[in-house]
Ligand binder design. Structure first.
Ligand code: B1M
Length: 223
């Protein structure tokens, strides 16, 4: 892998946001995710490769967390570094979008505060011509119901990163289907599988943002 791209992954893993950031102390005054991403884009390295490096960095910090080698503050710094990268990538995903295909009401389910993956889904879906109503994180079922009422014909996208919030996801789907049986619900997030999605009553499962776009496009052509 290219050295700049490797550095981006390392900055995510170490939570090094930018040169001005004093964290982590051993990387003080060194360039961070912000500067390396700018350099990568200036060297015509594509956003997909940059994202791949970020995911790899997140995977590594996640594994360290599992081994109790780092704690929540380190995860938070990794998330900040990732947000610095995403600020650069946003224009690539959103460029030239004419929002005509339909509306996705999107949110991370109640009890879950992880939003990096959801935000990526939002950017990519928007960039592919969909209007996205992003309800944020820790979204209670009732909030989804209000949004569905406000956006007739929308598709709902649910994200969850915790095994515990997969239960919340299932409950959210039940409540949506009880009130709006025609509303399609697509789900995604690291702990999910296609089987789990079926068991929850979801209409579709995507493992990544591009998969979510494919599902949405299929649903819109069937409508
Ligand atoms: Co948390 N966390 N975290 N965390 N965190 C995980 C998820 C964990 C796997 C780490 C670990 O143990 N190895 C673990 C969950 C274990 C489990 O349940 N099986 C965990 C834990 C335990 C926790 C806390 C409970 C820790 C604690 O407090 N003791 C706590 C929970 C807080 C809460 O939500 N209530 C917590 C907190 C946090 C932070 C807030 C510090 C921070 C999140 C900051 C933020 O999001 N703004 C954080 C982080 C950063 C992580 C890891 C390291 C990275 C997550 C991430 O952003 N990945 C994560 C470990 C890991 O994943 N390797 C971990 C990158 C992102 C691009 O991928 O979100 O999977 P992802 O999204 C992908 C796909 O899943 C898919 O597309 C995205 C792009 O490819 N996708 C969809 C996602 N949503 C989709 C929706 C779709 C379609 C596709 O359609 C609608």
């Amino acid at each position: 892998m290219n050295a700049i791209v490797e550095n981006i992954g390392l900055c995510i893993e170490r939570g090094k946001v930018n040169k001005a950031s004093p964290y982590p102390p051993d990387l003080k005054d060194q360039e961070g995710a912000d500067e390396f991403t700018r350099q990568a884009l200036e060297s015509s390295i594509g956003p997909d490769l940059i994202l791949q490096a970020c995911n790899e960095g997140m995977r590594r910090i996640g594994e360290k967390f599992s081994r109790n080698e780092v704690y929540v503050p380190e995860l938070l710094m990794a998330a900040r570094a990732m947000n610095a990268v995403m600020a650069h990538l946003k224009p690539f995903f959103q460029s030239g979008s004419v929002k005509v295909r339909g509306t996705l009401v999107l949110g991370t389910v109640a009890g879950d505060l992880h939003d990096i993956g959801k935000n990526l889904v939002s950017m990519v879906v928007e960039g592919n011509g969909w209007q996205v109503i992003d309800l944020g994180v820790d979204v209670k079922p009732a909030k989804f119901l209000v949004a569905i009422q406000e956006h007739p014909g929308c598709i709902v996208g649910l994200s969850a990163l915790l095994t515990t919030t997969m239960t919340t996801m299932a409950r959210t789907i039940q409540e949506i289907k009880a009130q709006f049986p025609q509303t399609r619900v697509v789900v995604g997030g690291a702990p999910l599988t296609a089987d789990a999605a079926v068991r929850m009553g979801a209409d579709g499962y995507a493992s990544d943002p591009q998969g979510a776009v494919q599902l949405l496009d299929n649903f819109s052509t069937q409508a």
